[in-house]
Design a protein around this ligand. Structure first.
Ligand code: NAD
Length: 498
């Protein structure tokens, strides 16, 4: 897709951000909005050498204790200033996310607000988090368990929530006193470079936050393989996560893996069907379905299935699919043409394997949709546990429906996938919902709500959805190392030579 000469003048230009300085490179990549085809950004294509430079800067800055020697309240003040800058530029950041990802600006505004909340939460942790004293083991001994910054953090992020995913990592690492080398997805890097600029403006010293844009196989691979990176916090596909695990193995660095998902919503017979129907639609098409915790499977009790499904069809049928900057749009464009084709391919496969399309199923090409990669919100009924669309991550607005007869069967169906990120239960009875929630093998379970998150709540996966947690105190601790310092208060009796 090519942009017009006029739109080129308005495209944002981003260099590499290393040691507080932004530099342009000869090799660049262009980003065209997937919803309109307009040229929206030019990104530097970093090399392996650029990544090594950034890692060396982050290492040196960490060893010189430029940032970690500041006390918690000082780091907190800088983070609060960062949050303020983000708030002052909230509409601009939302526009970047909408244009580069193709998501509705109304959702992008929510991403920015949630990201600000995370920076503020990290600022609170910088003020309050501290180590512990173990003094109940021996009256003559006290151990101080201090929390030290984990060092240089590599951060590799995906394209679906560029700012939000970064905000689940960077502020917490900064709160802990770490330095960072960040590699955003190559097609949606704008907000990450903007954040590096804001960090500098807020008072984060040069060399603490470094961004190298470019390809995963080049820049990301270099970060994974580097012995100078202490922790690698990765969010992306299970396939790439596995490759990173292999590449980084020789360095024994600590990994945090936020990978793919295949979330289900279970609707039990006693559920409030109107609430459940609204929740299922929200979960299925939020962020155009390009969401790791999207409700991609509806597992519904056979006694209420027809009624619930007709409500879901009615609500989903009213959803407005449109250009990202249109305030009325509720579902945007797919990230690029190859992904659109992949989503349409899954729909075809769902039908080929015996499913029935109840809604949607096609690319949208009329009017405002003509210059973008839009797909209709789609519902496919009659999906069985062995089917491809039951098992694989589709990452589009496609809901697969499967019916069940007993709660036992519902639990088995939810768990019958490789992933374990998040699931939802709709039921009025806590005596059914809570035991079921405990049986579901996922890092999060929502009951009578869905996709409801806050910075205080840790999130992460089980099984092939990865390991490690982001946000909450657990997320902060991923960027720290506990060190035990043991003090003897009274001399010990000699052990040898008496
Ligand atoms: P991806 O795995 O293709 O890319 C993620 C990042 O890894 C990008 O920055 C990419 O450039 C980089 N990368 C690619 N190859 C690499 C390599 N060989 N070495 C190092 N880095 C490499 O994922 P994506 O398509 O950008 O994002 C979609 C995926 O992310 C989905 O699977 C989704 O479920 C997952 N995701 C998970 C979460 C979560 O919290 N668990 C959140 C958002 C997205």
């Amino acid at each position: 897709m090519t942009g017009s000469a006029n739109s080129l003048q308005h495209a944002r230009n981003y260099g590499l951000f290393i040691n507080g300085t932004e530099t342009e490179t000869e090799a660049v990549s262009q980003r065209f909005c997937p919803g309109t085809g307009e040229h929206v950004a030019t990104f530097a294509s970093g090399t392996a050498g650029d990544a090594l430079d950034a890692i060396a800067v982050a290492r040196r800055t960490f060893e010189e204790r430029v940032w970690s020697r500041k006390n918690g309240p000082q780091r907190s003040h800088v983070l609060l200033r960062l949050a303020e800058l983000m708030r002052e530029n909230a509409e601009y950041l939302a526009r970047i996310e909408a244009e580069e990802v193709g998501k509705p600006v109304k959702l992008a505004r929510g991403d920015v607000a949630a990201s600000i909340a995370m920076v503020e939460h990290a600022a609170a942790l910088a003020q309050t988090a501290s180590g512990e004293a173990v003094d109940n083991v021996n009256p003559d001994v006290v151990s101080l368990v201090v929390r030290e910054p984990a060092g240089v953090i590599g951060m590799i992020t995906p394209w679906n929530f560029p700012l939000l995913q970064l905000s689940q990592k960077l502020p917490y690492a900064l709160a802990a006193g770490c330095t960072a080398v960040i590699k955003p997805a190559e097609i949606t890097a704008g907000s990450t470079v903007e954040m590096a600029r804001f960090c500098k403006q807020a008072g984060v010293p040069d060399g603490v936050v470094n961004v190298v844009t470019g390809r995963g196989s080049v820049v990301g691979n270099t970060i994974a393989a580097s012995p100078d990176v202490d922790v690698l916090s990765f969010t992306g596909s299970t396939e790439v996560g596995a490759r990173i695990t292999e590449v980084s193995a020789a360095t024994t660095k600590r990994l945090s893996m936020e990978l793919g998902g295949k979330a289900a919503a279970v609707v039990l017979p006693d559920a409030d069907l109107e609430q459940a129907a609204n929740g299922v639609v929200f979960g299925a098409i939020f962020n155009s379905g390009e969401c790791c915790v999207a409700t991609t499977r509806l597992i519904v009790h056979e006694s209420i299935a027809d009624e619930l499904i007709s409500r879901v069809i009615e609500i989903m049928g009213r959803v407005r699919v449109g250009p990202p900057l249109d305030d009325d749009s509720e579902v945007g464009a797919m990230i690029h043409e190859a992904h659109l084709e992949s989503v349409l391919g899954y729909i075809e496969k769902g039908v080929a394997e015996g499913g029935t399309i109840l809604l949607g199923g096609n690319r949208l090409i009329d009017g405002a949709h003509a210059s973008g990669f839009y797909v209709e919100p789609t519902i496919i009924d009659g999906v069985k546990r062995g089917d491809t669309i039951f098992q694989e991550e589709i990452f589009g607005p496609v809901l697969a429906v499967t019916r069940f007869a007993t709660v036992e069967e519902a639990a088995e169906l939810v768990n019958a996938v490789d992933y374990g990120l998040a699931n939802t239960i709709w039921s009025a009875g806590i005596q059914t919902a809570i035991p079921l929630a405990k049986r579901l093998r996922s890092g999060s379970v929502w009951v009578n709500t869905t996709l409801e998150n806050a910075p205080q709540m840790p999130t992460g996966g089980l099984k092939r959805s990865g390991y490690g947690r982001e946000m909450g105190t657990a997320g902060y601790e991923e960027f720290t190392e506990p060190k035990t310092i043991t003090l003897r208060l009274k001399a010990a009796e000699p052990f040898f030579g008496i």
